[in-house]
Design a protein around this ligand. Structure first.
Ligand code: IPE
Ligand code: IPE
Ligand code: MG
Length: 244
């Protein structure tokens, strides 16, 4: 990664926490599931907008490792929505040259979901357009602990020398290996926290929090967040030209 201080250029990697589906539905007297369903439409809008804006990587938080603690009916609905999204949308995304990567823990997932994930990645791996990274059954602390365990095993077997462990090497053990860190993180619904999302990767990410609930996310919401990002000054701990 090249770290250059100063006025930002168009973000190469945008990460989104799609939040507020339940509250969107509540506000309309609808069941939470209606919010999740509408949220999938917003996701389609976001993917299209990102591609058209020339963003190279879009990472979306679709299901967290903590979301299993929701009522079983909601969890099942969310898992079915994931199945449905993959079956329904992957063919079109593939035609649009989108490469899909799915990060998160696969162990313990239903075998048909694991199969869908693997097929999707395989089918789209040679695509050269937008890379859509789907964080599914993802939790950052678990990801980091898993990387530490794998690194420990590599050291134990003599494949890695302890002295060679750098942030770059550690990063290569994470599920985001090969993906640049997010430049911009957008969270909808007014909440201002990371909720165990990309903790390592967001060390120098710019955060933009928007009040809209995820189902209301539009191309304009994305444009506004990017405009705010472009006005930010990224310093990476250094000084900018004027103050140096
Ligand atoms: C985001 O909306 C979708 C997921 C977390 C899967 P929520 O379901 O969290 O909606 P709120 O935050 O309860 O409104
Ligand atoms: C984060 O949203 C997870 C996803 C968007 C998938 P949550 O709604 O689960 O986060 P908290 O519980 O409000 O922090
Ligand atoms: Mg939420």
């Amino acid at each position: 990664m090249t770290i250059t201080a100063g006025r930002s250029a168009m973000p190469q990697h945008v990460a989104i926490i799609m939040d507020g589906n339940g509250r969107w539905a509540n506000a309309r007297g609808l069941p939470r599931s209606a919010g999740h369903r509408k949220g999938v439409e917003a996701l389609r809008t976001a993917v299209r907008a990102a591609g058209e804006m020339g963003i190279e990587y879009l990472t979306i938080f679709s299901f967290s490792s903590e979301n299993w603690s929701r009522p079983p009916a909601e969890v099942s609905f969310l898992l079915d929505l994931m199945r449905h999204f993959v079956r329904q949308d992957v063919a079109e995304l593939h035609r649009e040259n989108v490469r899909i990567r799915i990060i998160g823990e696969r162990q313990g997932l239903a075998p048909d979901i694991v199969a869908l994930i693997e097929e999707t990645e395989l089918r789209t791996q040679a695509n050269t357009g937008l890379t859509l990274v789907v964080a599914f059954n993802y939790g950052s602390r678990h990801e980091i602990a898993t990387a530490a365990r794998e690194l420990a095993l590599a050291v134990k077997s003599g494949r890695v020398a302890p002295d060679s462990i750098t942030p770059e090497l550690f990063g290569s053990f994470l599920s985001t290996e090969g993906i640049p860190d997010p430049d911009l993180l957008i969270r909808t619904s007014g909440e201002q926290r990371l909720s165990n999302y990309l903790l390592w990767q967001c060390a120098y990410t710019e955060f933009v929090f928007v009040d809209e609930f995820w189902p209301d996310f539009s191309r304009e919401t994305m444009q506004r967040a990017i405009t705010e990002y472009l006005a930010r000054e990224r310093r990476f701990g250094g000084l900018t030209a004027q103050s140096a």
